[in-house]
Write a protein that binds this ligand. Structure first.
Ligand code: XUL
Ligand code: CO
Length: 436
């Protein structure tokens, strides 16, 4: 039985195609810089937006029905069938999930755990038959009211213990599903006011919580990566994993840096006042660029709109960072994205994914062209050339201190060697690559 009987398998038809149910740029088997597009992009479906999100917002009810005419556990199974059909038709190999996307949370932890085991048994059998895979799993530690003050950073130790139990169960099912990664997004790991908050204890506890997760997952044979997904705010006023630099500092301080990498989300970067590519670069230079939640925000709105990415400048700059960092290893491009509330048909699910996948394929093609063109990288190399010989080399070799540099500068006099940064020229090269 088909859940999307009107949708064919989506094929690549090339840039001139006007068929809405075709890719214009994503050609899975086409090679770019030695790897296929599919290998570079490692697209993943987000279970929450795609299979459970029903278009509710703070002011209005759902607009799209994802119950497929079922309730309870039957609804969860139908979503597996429908989700896997959608993935197969789009050629998306991976999916990402929260525990309580797969089933509705039950009245007790024991019942929720049992339902999770049952649904993931069903998924495992089916994904093996269909050749589909799990990119990462995560625990929903933010929706239930018990987590109103956080989970790993809760002021109440019983909440910490409950969250730990939930994480244990989710690690069990994620490992069973063959997940490449385990994600921690700390939407409630933060605070509203310092008047009621012991920040030092909360951060120490968060580190304890993450160490427990690593120890347990490794003990049952998990070999993949753990990912922190930074976000500065929403739903908490101040979130501890504010941005990549903050999260990396935390991981280094608590000895978690060998097991964790970043899962960078585009719209979280902009909420933190950064560009997407800034967050990717900060991760990459710390050897922590793990995975990506692909979406885009709206610069006129101050919240996380999770739109499907269609801005090709942004996807190009993103893929430039990914290519320069050597590509994904355990991670991939997960569409943490939802159609607009007014895009309420099941067809829109496909049209949204096609738009996002095409935008990233185009970004990949253009990023490779910028690298092959060589002018941008060549410019940067030249700009820093004073560091590869003479005084610059002596500084990076650690041979000189302030005294020696003072002697050098006094002798040399005023600096006359600055060269223009040529930002406009470089931006125009990007336009030439994008639109030629
Ligand atoms: C929230 C967000 C989450 C994480 C997983 O802004 O991005 O969906 O990706 O918990
Ligand atoms: Co996300």
């Amino acid at each position: 039985m088909s859940y999307f009987p009107n949708i064919p398998a989506i094929k690549f038809e090339g840039g001139a195609s006007k068929n809405p149910l075709a890719f214009r740029y994503y050609n899975a088997d086409e090679k770019i810089l030695g790897k296929t597009m599919k290998e570079h992009l490692r697209f993943a479906m987000s279970w929450w937006h795609t299979m459970t999100g029903e278009g509710k917002d703070m002011f209005g009810s759902g607009t799209i029905d994802k119950s497929f005419g079922k309730t309870g556990f039957e609804k969860s199974k139908a979503r597996v069938d429908a989700g896997f059909e959608l993935m197969q038709k789009l050629g998306v190999t991976y999916y990402c999930f929260h525990d309580y996307d797969l089933i509705d949370e039950r009245d007790t932890l024991a019942e929720s755990n049992a339902a999770l085991v049952e649904i993931t048994d069903y998924m495992l059998k089916k994904q093996n038959e269909m050749g589909l895979k799990c990119l990462w799993g995560t625990s929903n530690l933010f929706s239930n009211k018990r987590y109103m003050f956080g989970a790993g950073t809760a002021p109440n130790a019983d909440v910490f213990a409950y969250a730990a139990a939930q994480v244990k169960q989710n690690i069990d099912v994620s490992v069973k599903l063959g997940a490449n990664g385990i994600v921690f997004w700390g939407g409630r790991e933060g605070y509203e006011t310092l008047l009621n908050t012991d920040m030092g204890l909360e951060l120490d506890n968060l580190a304890r919580f993450l160490h427990m997760a690593v120890d347990y997952a490794r003990s049952i044979g998990f070999k993949g990566d753990f990912f922190i997904e930074p976000k500065p705010k929403e739903p908490s006023k101040h979130q501890y994993d504010f941005d990549a630099a903050t999260a990396i500092g935390f991981l280094n301080k608590y000895g978690l840096d060998k097991d964790f990498k970043m899962n960078i989300e585009a719209n979280h970067a902009t909420l933190a006042g950064h560009t997407f590519e800034h967050e990717l670069r900060v991760s990459a230079i710390n050897d922590m660029l793990g995975s990506i939640d692909a979406n885009q925000g709206d610069m006129l709105l101050g919240w996380d709109t999770d739109q499907f990415p269609t801005d090709v400048y942004s996807t190009t700059y993103c893929m430039l960072e990914v290519l320069r960092a050597g590509g994904f290893k355990t991670g991939g491009l997960n569409f943490d994205a939802k159609g607009r509330r007014g895009s309420f048909t099941h067809d829109d699910l496909f049209l949204s994914y096609i738009a996002g996948m095409d935008a990233f394929a185009l970004g990949l093609i253009k990023a490779a062209k910028i690298i092959e063109d060589g002018r941008v990288d060549g410019f940067v190399k030249e700009r820093y050339s004073s560091w590869s010989s003479g005084i610059g080399k002596d500084i990076t070799d650690g041979k000189l201190g302030l005294k020696e540099l003072s002697d050098y500068a006094l002798k040399k006099g005023e600096v006359t060697t600055n060269i223009s940064g040529k930002q406009e020229y470089l931006e125009n090269i990007v336009n030439q690559v994008l639109f030629n």
